[in-house]
Ligand binder design. Structure first.
Ligand code: NAD
Length: 256
């Protein structure tokens, strides 16, 4: 195995779970994220699984830094086979109180960065006649919840982008798919509990049971391992006909 995977936002939460899973299977990893202990996380993955791991803290709000992240992956690790567009942020507020800068940041990081990273990776994937792009969208790419204008807009946009790249990649054995998780207990979710409590005028415990997990038939958070397993499946050589689709791990939310 000499395949290289770039996973954005892989110094925390879901991205870290995916990076670890891929390293376990022998992928070399471009570990990326803004957490200050990023370099230590990257080193730890490399030592534990005996694979090459590079690290970048590119700020994905900036298009040029997104492109540079892909170029650095190829420069440091020699190629790029798998791109997981995972980095994301959240902000929760009613529309009339939603700050414009927060809206724009969510659109830039959660949606536009997937475009710039895929575009930059495309030429390498096309040349090697192999590429697997996996976009971490959300159940909110398929359904709405109040107070999440920016997030729901961005995540729906990512699903549309996934379909287009699935079509355009078909002649080159480049696939593009989206993963749509329900609620996963990560720092991103931990951070929104107090805001949700304020917006809904509820206690934090009530937010978890009555708001977050309310729409899931399975009343537990989605395990990160199940998302990482799904990403690994989509990255396989044999998954060449799985493209332009979304894979929903939402505890039955969208079944209703
Ligand atoms: P997290 O907060 O644990 O991790 C997010 C990662 O993105 C971090 O590494 C962070 O440094 C990085 N990041 C944020 N802003 C960045 C920026 N400007 N530039 C570069 N990196 C940046 O969050 P998570 O829950 O693991 O979320 C990962 C993805 O999964 C996100 O796209 C999120 O929308 C999606 N998602 C999460 C859930 C959930 O319940 N946690 C559900 C559905 C979808």
């Amino acid at each position: 195995m000499n395949k290289v995977a770039l996973i954005t936002g892989s110094t925390s939460g879901i991205g870290l779970g995916i990076a670890t899973h891929f390293a376990k299977k022998g992928y070399h990893i471009m570990c990326h994220g803004l957490e200050t202990n990023g370099p230590e996380i990257a080193e730890d993955i490399s030592k534990t699984y005996g694979v090459d791991v590079a690290f970048s803290n590119a700020n994905l709000i900036n298009a040029n830094e997104v492109t540079q992240l892909v170029e650095d992956t190829v420069k440091k690790l020699g190629r790029i086979d798998v791109l997981v567009n995972n980095a994301g942020i959240q902000y929760v507020a009613p529309i009339d109180e939603f700050p414009n800068d927060k809206y724009e940041a969510i659109i830039a990081i959660n949606m536009n960065a997937s475009f710039y990273a895929s575009k930059a990776a495309w030429k390498y994937m096309k040349k090697q006649n192999f590429g697997r792009i996996i976009n971490v969208s959300s159940v909110h790419g398929l359904r709405a919840s109040e107070y999440k204008t920016a997030y729901v807009t961005a995540k729906h946009g990512v699903i549309g982008m996934t379909k287009v790249l699935g079509l355009e990649g078909a002649p080159y054995n480049i696939t593009c798919n989206a993963i749509c998780p329900g609620y996963v207990r990560t720092p991103l979710v931990e951070k929104q509990i107090p805001d949700q409590a304020k917006s809904h005028n509820m206690s934090e415990e009530e937010v978890i049971t009555n708001v977050m997990l309310k729409k899931q038939a399975v009343k537990s958070f989605v395990p990160i391992e199940s998302l990482a397993d799904m990403a690994l499946l989509l990255a396989k050589e044999t998954s060449s006909t799985i493209t332009g689709s979304e894979f929903v791990l939402d505890g039955g939310w969208t079944a209703q």
